[in-house]
Structure formats: C-alpha cells, structure tokens
Design a protein around this ligand. Structure first.
Ligand SMILES: C[S@@+](CC[C@H](N)C(=O)[O-])C[C@H]1O[C@@H](n2cnc3c(N)ncnc32)[C@H](O)[C@@H]1O
Length: 288
C-alpha cells in the first residue's frame, strides 16, 4: 500500500470530511453521557503543510487555504476553521489537523477515542501526537477488522469514521459494505460516517443502493464537487454518508455546503448535494 495522506492533507476533500466530522461530533456532544469515537483509518494525526510531500502537490491551496481567507463563513465552517487554527501556535496555519486531532479537540474528559492505523510510521506519529492524553487509544490494527470487534461500545453512544485510502475504488466500497454490515448487525443505532471519492458520480450508485437496504434507520449524504466531471481519472468531488445522523445535522450542513462549494469550486464550477438516501420519519418507540 502506497497511500500517504500527507500528500493530500487540507485539500477540498479534507475540508468536507472534517467539517462534517466536527458538526456530527458537536451534535452528539450536546448530551452529557460519555461516548466513543472510533477512527478506522486514522492517518498520522497532524500534517505539516511545509513538508516536502505537502509542497509537492500543494493540494491545500485549493482547500483549507481558501477558507482561511474567507469572511462571513456559516457557523459550521467557522468552527472548523477555529479548530484548524487551534492546532497551530503561530497565526499562520502550518499544521493541518487530521480526523483524530479534530475529534480529540472537541471530546470531553469522559469520552474516549480509538484510533486504528496500519502504517507503522503513521502509528508512531499518532502515538507522539497523543502521548499523555489518556482519552486516546492508538491501535496498530486493520480498521475493518477492528470495527465489528469494537462495537457496540460500552458507552452505547458514539461515532465511527471510516476514511480509507480508496486505492482500488470498487474493492474499497465492497470492504466498507462488509465492515458496515457486520458492525450494524451488532450496533444498528450507532452513528457511522463514511468518506468516499467521486470521479464519476455513477460509480457510487451501487454503494448508495446498498445503503438504502442496510439496517440503519436513516442515511444522509453530503457531497461536494469542485469541477464538472470532465475526467474519470481526477478527484472531481467527494462525499460523506452518515448513517443514523444526529438530529438537525442536515440543517447545519444545508447552511454550510453552498459556501463550501462557492469557495472551493474551480472557476466557479463548484456544486453540492445534500440528500436523504434513506429516511424514517418517525422513530419507532418500544412497544409500538
Ligand atoms: C485517508 S487516510 C486517513 C486520514 C484521516 N482519517 C484524516 O482525516 O486525517 C487513510 C489512512 O488509512 C490507513 N490504512 C490503510 N488501510 C488501512 C486499514 N485496513 N486499517 C487501518 N488503516 C488503514 C493508511 O495508512 C492511511 O493513513
């Protein structure tokens, strides 16, 4: 496996993923009961935007950099930018926080984070970043194999983020489906967030079809495209699906996505979509 997230940290896909992640966690954290955050593909925790890998692609220029300069951001994007700034000592943003850092930034003393990663150097970096933080548990372990083994959490509340490298697209969707099916059979009411790339929109159709039939109560998709689908080889957009999303998250996303598409779109060609893939309008109560 060759994938290294350092080449892509802070790009438009990270912006969507991390803003949605923060919004979801913030909603769940409105209740005082403890929760578990499980990151099946954690990466290294923090990325240096001045590193050789990051400078080689410069992807953050079309992502986080565009939001850092923007005024009048909607609340969800403003809080995301504040979190990115909090990862930096200097006013200039040089360090970009990955999903584990952002999660632990908002988690409370009573919560815990389980971070799975397979690359030894990424695992070592994670251990350094979170040394001394008793809420963070780093596992050098296949996240797909860990997921069904770790749910339901003892807290019975929490969020699972599945953010794989997608080196082989079709196969990755299949692995996600297998892991989600096993996890949902053990924890159908868990909240799950899955990031996926969009080169051609139609390639995610089999995944959406599977989601319609899965045993989560509701499934919401938030998608962002930065250009028209002129090439099937480029990352033209990306999406996050949320299984059993917290109440009103859709409203926060509806307020944030148009601005994200306007700021991140190339030559004004950004677009967005927020769609319920599956929705039960009333929650069945016990005994009904
Ligand atoms: C897209 S990156 C994760 C980025 C991170 N979630 C973030 O937002 O900051 C994918 C990561 O998954 C790791 N990985 C690949 N296969 C894995 C597996 N089966 N289990 C756990 N981690 C894996 C890669 O080494 C890589 O660091």
């Amino acid at each position: 496996m060759n994938y290294r997230h350092a080449y892509h940290a802070g790009n438009f896909a990270d912006v969507l993923k991390h803003a949605v992640l923060l919004g979801t966690l913030e909603s769940l954290l409105q209740k005082p009961a403890p929760l578990m955050y499980l990151d099946t593909h954690a990466g290294r925790g923090v990325y240096d935007l001045a590193s050789e890998s990051s400078r080689k692609t410069g992807e953050h220029h079309g992502g986080i950099d565009r939001l850092l300069e923007a005024q009048g951001l909607p609340p969800l994007l403003r809080r995301y930018i504040d979190a990115v700034r909090a990862c930096n000592v200097e006013p200039r943003v040089r360090h970009y926080p990955g999903s584990p850092w952002l999660a632990l930034h908002v988690l409370r003393a009573q919560d815990r984070a389980v971070l799975c990663e397979v690359q030894p150097d990424e695992v070592a970096a994670l251990r350094t970043v979170f040394a001394g933080d008793g809420r963070a548990h780093v596992h050098q372990r296949d996240g797909y194999e860990a997921l069904p083994a770790l749910v339901p959490p003892s807290e019975r509340r929490g969020l699972v983020l599945i953010d794989p490298p997608f080196e082989a697209q079709e196969e990755e969707f299949k692995r996600i489906q297998r892991a989600l099916a096993a996890a949902l059979s053990r924890w159908p009411r868990g909240v799950y967030a899955v990031w996926y790339p969009i080169k051609l929109t139609r390639t995610r159709e089999p995944f959406w079809r599977w989601l319609r039939g899965c045993n989560a109560t509701s499934v919401l998709a938030a998608e962002l495209a930065v250009r028209d689908e002129t090439s099937p080889l480029r990352l033209n957009g990306c999406g996050m699906v949320l299984l059993n999303p917290p109440w009103k998250l859709d409203q926060a996303l509806a307020a944030a996505l148009p601005t994200a598409a306007r700021l991140l779109g190339e030559d004004g060609r950004g677009s967005w979509r927020l769609q319920w893939i599956k929705r039960e309008l009333c929650d069945p109560r016990p005994g009904t």
